[in-house]
Each structure stands twice: as structure tokens, then as C-alpha cells.
Design a protein around this ligand. Structure first.
Ligand code: URA
Length: 230
């Protein structure tokens, strides 16, 4: 990879400002000042900017425990900041959020720059499971399991949603696993059962479980096993 591109991908610098840093003599490769922006960096090369080592990560796979009052879009919306502002990473705003949660929903949010990987999570054809912990305003009707297993008809949809699995924790707290990602899907499913969601937390996507160590707003890189499970 060209050195100016390498610097720009590792830092907040644009390609133009990376070139300026190079021309100023701020960059060393393996201890030698390099001013040529077209210099080819190989994977073993140690690049420093003003004495600070740069690390290039080509692919990123992140799990974030989304706090409430943040949005899953690349820029803030409706007065809420983007979840990407929680990542203290260069160029975080260029990453993709694989599967959106509402502003008031919390929990597992997967973020990547690998479009194909993200697609495997969000594509309806892949039917990737998403498990939510749901708190309800009213005790859930007895027929809920059967109705959800059958496929609930949502208002404004032409056909029922795909079957979903319900586990009751109490009258007003349940775990729901769905495979689709329609707009406000979980809230609309419980509305169709005559109830109202008071809080919603995503715990699992496919085989990836939200790491209990992560407090709201915290994140970590996925392990190779988690990445490979999708
Ligand atoms: N379903 C919803 O209603 N909201 C979410 O944030 C996710 C799934």
C-alpha cells in the first residue's frame, strides 16, 4: 500500500494532510525518514508519525453495548449522537453498523468495515437470529407463543412476519428470537398482541452474544471465532 494512504487509514489525517506530513519529514519507516508519498509499505514495516507508532488494521469487527439515546446511523439524528462517536478510533464514522436498533433500544450492536460480513447479518435471505430481552407494559397473553410461532400479521405489512421463538422470564419480561429486521419489528409484534414494549435490549446476533463485561457505551473487537461464526 502507498504510504500516504497507509497514514490516512491509520490516523485522522486526510490523504492531502498525510502528504504534507510526509513532506515535512514527520514520517519514518523502519527508522528512516521517508518523504515520498508513493513509497510502498509492506506489512512488517514500522511506521512512525512524529515519533508515534502507527498500527494499520485493515478489517474491523466490533461489538458495542449500545446505550439508550444514541442512533445507529453514521451521523447523529433527532438530537441523538451516532453510536460511532463512542468508538475512539480513527475514521470511526466510515464504519458500517450491521443491523440498526432504535434510539431507545440498548445492547448488542455489531460494527464493521467488511461489507460482505455485515451483509450476512442483515440480509433477509440469511435469516440470522437476533435475540432480544423485552420488557412489557402488560402481562403477555397466553396465546402469544402459538401466535408468534405461526407468524404475526403486522399493521401495514402485506404478509405475516416469519415465525419467532418466545421464552417467558415472567409475565412482563420475555426473550424473543426473530430472524428478520423490519422497522420497529419487535415493538410492532407486541403491539399486534395487544401489548406495549417498555424496554428492549438485544442480547445476541447469530452465535455472537453481548459480552457481559461491556457496560453501556463500551466496546471490544470481536474474537476470530466470533467473526468466523457469521
Ligand atoms: N425491534 C424494534 O422494535 N426495535 C429495535 O430497536 C429492534 C428491533
Amino acid at each position: 500500500m502507498r504510504l500516504d494512504r497507509y497514514i490516512s487509514e491509520c490516523t485522522e489525517l486526510s490523504r492531502a494532510n498525510a502528504k504534507k506530513a510526509l513532506h515535512r519529514g514527520d514520517i519514518t519507516c523502519d527508522g528512516v525518514v521517508v518523504k515520498n508519498s508513493g513509497f510502498k509499505v509492506d506489512k512488517d514495516c514500522e511506521v512512525h508519525l512524529s515519533g508515534e507508532r502507527l498500527y494499520h488494521v485493515s478489517s474491523r469487527y466490533i461489538m458495542l453495548n449500545k446505550p439508550a439515546d444514541t442512533v445507529c446511523s453514521n451521523v447523529g439524528e433527532a438530537g441523538y449522537p451516532s453510536v460511532l462517536t463512542l468508538l475512539d478510533l480513527p475514521k470511526a464514522e466510515t464504519l458500517q453498523i450491521a443491523g440498526r436498533l432504535d434510539a431507545d433500544t440498548t445492547g448488542l450492536t455489531l460494527i464493521t468495515n467488511d461489507g460482505q460480513w455485515g451483509h450476512r447479518i442483515t440480509s433477509p435471505r440469511k435469516a440470522c437470529n437476533k435475540r432480544y430481552r423485552v420488557w412489557l407494559a402488560e402481562p403477555l397473553v397466553e396465546t402469544a407463543e402459538a401466535e408468534l410461532a405461526e407468524g404475526i400479521q403486522l399493521k401495514t405489512e402485506t404478509k405475516p412476519v416469519l415465525p419467532a421463538k418466545l421464552e417467558r422470564i415472567s409475565d412482563t419480561e420475555v426473550l424473543l428470537t426473530i430472524t428478520e429486521g423490519k422497522y420497529h419489528q419487535v415493538k410492532r409484534m407486541f403491539a399486534a398482541l395487544g401489548n406495549r414494549v417498555t424496554a428492549l435490549h438485544r442480547e445476541q446476533v447469530g452465535d455472537i452474544k453481548l459480552d457481559e463485561i461491556l457496560k453501556p457505551g463500551e466496546w471490544r473487537e470481536l474474537t476470530p471465532e466470533e467473526i468466523g461464526s457469521v
